[in-house]
Design a protein around this ligand. Structure first.
Ligand code: 13P
Length: 253
């Protein structure tokens, strides 16, 4: 039985007082459950603050991106080792906003995945099709291309200890969630593709759904056999909403 994950992605949001209030409210409402993991992926400048608030609690933390380089003349980048120094467990890699706004290609995402693993982080590797791609009927082609970039660079064993997040671009921040059946279909496709390389790794691989997950739709999504939790944007910024999603994951575990 795979474990369940609820991971908040704060994106470019936060402030010192706001983060503290949010995390205190989350901590006040969270009841830990074995086999269920709760985390927040925060802007890098807040890592020290978040570590101070979350160390020793049931809530883990991570970065939202990681450099593909270890160190050197790469202005603006944050390395995996730096994230680890601040106690990060996770780093998101290949989020669609990094791909579309910042130009991360499949090859760059594969390098970032490898860099995250090398640093000892759990990469949360995002894949997902745009609305145009879904309407053209090429969802699986896109998912295969994105997944294969990491499989080919790092091999299926590198997915062991990693996490995949299916985030259809048309569902991110739009209020338009994939139906549970759409999510299940995509997740099953991804797991099946990993299984062609390594069935045991595929069976263990957590695959999270992201895109307008709310307290009201989380239970239905998390009940799907291949949906192992959620990567949560907007709802992770509101303690009650985030906790409602957490409770849905706990109930589904
Ligand atoms: P929303 O939950 O705001 O749709 O964002 C999803 C997401 O991009 C998480 O990484």
């Amino acid at each position: 039985m795979r474990q369940k994950y609820v991971v908040g992605n704060w994106k470019l949001n936060g402030s010192l007082p706001g983060n503290e209030a949010l995390l205190q409210a989350v901590l006040a409402g969270v009841s830990p459950k074995p086999g269920c993991h709760l985390a927040v992926c925060v802007p890098a400048p807040y890592l020290a603050q978040v570590r101070g608030l979350l160390e020793g609690t049931p809530v883990a933390w991570g970065g939202q991106d990681v450099s593909r380089f270890e160190k050197g003349a790469y202005t603006g980048d944050v390395s995996g080792a730096m994230l680890r120094e601040f106690g990060a467990t996770y780093s998101i890699v290949g989020h669609s906003e990094r791909r579309t706004v910042f130009g991360d290609t499949d090859a760059v995402v594969a390098e970032k995945y490898a860099a995250a693993r090398k640093a000892g982080l759990v990469p949360i590797f995002c894949v997902g099709e745009s609305l145009a791609e879904r309407e053209q009927g090429v969802t699986e082609t896109v998912l295969a291309r994105q997944l294969d970039a990491v499989l080919e660079k790092s091999g299926p064993a590198a997915l062991d200890g990693g996490i995949v997040a299916y985030e259809p671009v048309w569902a991110i921040g739009t209020g338009r969630t994939a139906t549970a059946a759409q999510a299940q279909q995509a997740h099953a496709y991804l797991r099946g593709r990993v299984a062609t390389k390594d069935a045991a790794v595929a069976a263990r691989l957590p695959i999270l759904y992201g895109g307008s997950v709310k307290g009201a739709n989380a239970a239905e999504l998390f009940a799907m056999p291949d949906v192992d939790g959620g990567l949560i944007g907007g709802a992770s910024l509101v303690a009650e909403d985030f906790l409602a999603i957490w409770r849905a994951a706990v109930a589904a575990a």
